[in-house]
Design a protein around this ligand. Structure first.
Ligand SMILES: Nc1ncnc2c1ncn2[C@@H]1O[C@H](COP(=O)(O)OP(=O)(O)OP(=O)(O)O)[C@@H](O)[C@H]1O
Ligand SMILES: [Mg+2]
Length: 259
């Protein structure tokens, strides 16, 4: 039906609340091409997390439709990986066992040793070699988020959905993790959708930034980011990057005024 990995078509959603209906998404359309990485920014409460739940198949939209690889999303599927602001790791499992969890859930065909090898490989990529046998509480927040990214990717999902995954981290740790994300993507491509409040993060990680309007959210503005791939943090200080960031900042202001 389409060559896009993620296709959100004319999606509207209204929550029923005690104080009446709350429209959150209004005929929202977004397309993410295969192996593309789209960042979604917008005012707090405009419906971004709602959007991730719709893509993950945890909820159905009131109207419109969500498609992954040309198939309509009606329920959660194993080809989607997710990571959130607060990584929920199981304290009774080691880091390695936490990372391997999705393989158990989706009933992976890998042998036990291949599963371990896969988890070790990802943990090495994010710099967690030597921490495989620790418990989550023995790790820093940044390390836990690294482990949670490994867990989201361990079963080689075609789509990775990230809902403010670095929001709770300090600025330096966050920048480290941006580079980790680039390394992970380079190693094995996936289609990504990143929700963030950090405009620099959106420009650094994505090839397309979508600014949502205030609630109910529509796609207010789309910015294409050139030269994806090999990026260094210095690239965020070039005149082109600063122009893009100003552009986005202006659009966010417009969106907030509508809220
Ligand atoms: N299950 C629910 N029932 C009723 N209202 C909800 C529900 N989930 C979210 N909402 C409301 O819908 C609106 C959008 O919520 P959502 O979590 O999608 O926003 P968001 O853009 O992710 O916000 P933030 O940037 O603060 O994370 C908010 O006003 C929220 O209170
Ligand atoms: Mg949210």
């Amino acid at each position: 039906m389409t060559s896009n990995s993620i296709e959100i078509k004319d999606v509207s959603h209204v929550y029923k609340t005690q104080t009446g209906p709350l429209p959150v998404l209004d005929r929202l359309s977004i397309s993410v091409p295969k192996n593309g990485f789209t960042a979604v920014v917008g005012p707090s409460g405009c419906g971004k997390s709602t959007l991730t739940r719709l893509i993950a198949g945890l909820m159905r939209p009131d109207s419109g439709s969500v498609w992954l690889f040309g198939e309509k999303v009606e329920q959660p599927r194993a080809t989607v990986g997710m990571a959130f602001q607060n990584p929920v790791l199981l304290e009774w499992r080691t880091i390695l066992q936490n990372v391997m969890l999705p393989l158990e859930i989706v009933g992976s065909s890998l042998t036990a040793s291949a599963r371990k090898e896969r988890a070790h490989h990802l943990l090495a990529l994010v710099g967690l070699t030597g921490f495989e046998d620790k418990r989550p509480s023995e790790l820093s927040g940044g390390m836990r988020q690294r482990a949670s990214l490994c867990r989201a990717l361990v079963h080689k999902p075609e789509v990775l959905i990230l809902d403010e995954p670095f929001g709770a981290l300090d600025a330096f740790t966050r920048e480290d993790l941006w580079q980790v994300m680039h390394a992970l993507k380079k190693e094995e491509p996936f289609t990504g959708l990143l929700i963030t409040h950090d405009l620099r993060e959106s420009v650094f990680l994505s090839d397309q930034v979508i600014v949502l309007s205030g609630r109910p959210a529509r796609a207010q503005y789309i910015l294409d980011i050139p030269n994806t791939g090999a990026r260094s943090l210095d690239d965020l200080y070039t005149p082109e990057a600063i122009m893009m960031l100003n552009d986005l900042r202006h659009q966010i202001k417009v969106a907030q005024e509508r809220n």
